[in-house]
Design a protein around this ligand. Structure first.
Ligand code: FES
Length: 155
């Protein structure tokens, strides 16, 4: 079974033509795949490699290097708690336990309705708000018990 619809395949082909060098559009193409499937599977990476006429290992190397791309299925909303040094010292471990309890799923697993998932992240550049909490690409602020409780309203 093809991993992409015809429309999605057209989008990926368009990324091969966007820049003077074909593989410059690869990250954007993988971002699109991540959005569609909420993960990158080896099958999808292989299909992208065919479209970009690149070796599978090249595409898989990119897909497994950047934390934006996951090999596990994220929720529609990705919650991230930073566990960099500043955030660790300011209680990211407690925030992780609170996330697991509040959302009812372990790290890197989506809620049964597929709406939310949570993961740990490296320094988000917001150490002054430690432990920093992110929802998709938006910084929410410190990962307090109250901020984490509000995540359930995002569903
Ligand atoms: S260490 Fe967490 S934002 Fe910098």
């Amino acid at each position: 079974m093809k991993p992409f619809t015809d429309e999605q395949e057209k989008t990926l082909v368009a990324w091969t033509k966007r820049y003077p060098y074909t593989n410059l559009g690869l990250i954007e193409a993988l971002r699109a795949v991540q959005d569609w499937h909420r993960m990158i599977t080896p099958e999808a990476a292989s299909a992208v490699a065919d479209i970009f006429k690149l070796p599978f290992n090249h595409v898989w190397g990119v897909a497994t290097f950047f934390p934006t791309f996951t090999r596990w299925k994220t929720g529609q909303k990705r919650v991230g708690v930073c566990h960099g040094l500043s955030c660790f010292l300011k209680g990211s471990g407690k925030a992780e336990r609170c996330l697991e309890k509040t959302l009812g799923v372990p790290k890197k697993q989506a809620t049964p309705d597929g709406k939310l998932s949570w993961e740990t992240m490296e320094c988000l550049g917001a150490c002054e708000q430690a432990p920093a909490l992110l929802v998709n690409d938006r910084l929410v602020g410190p990962a307090t018990d109250e901020a984490i409780a509000k995540l359930k309203d995002l569903k």
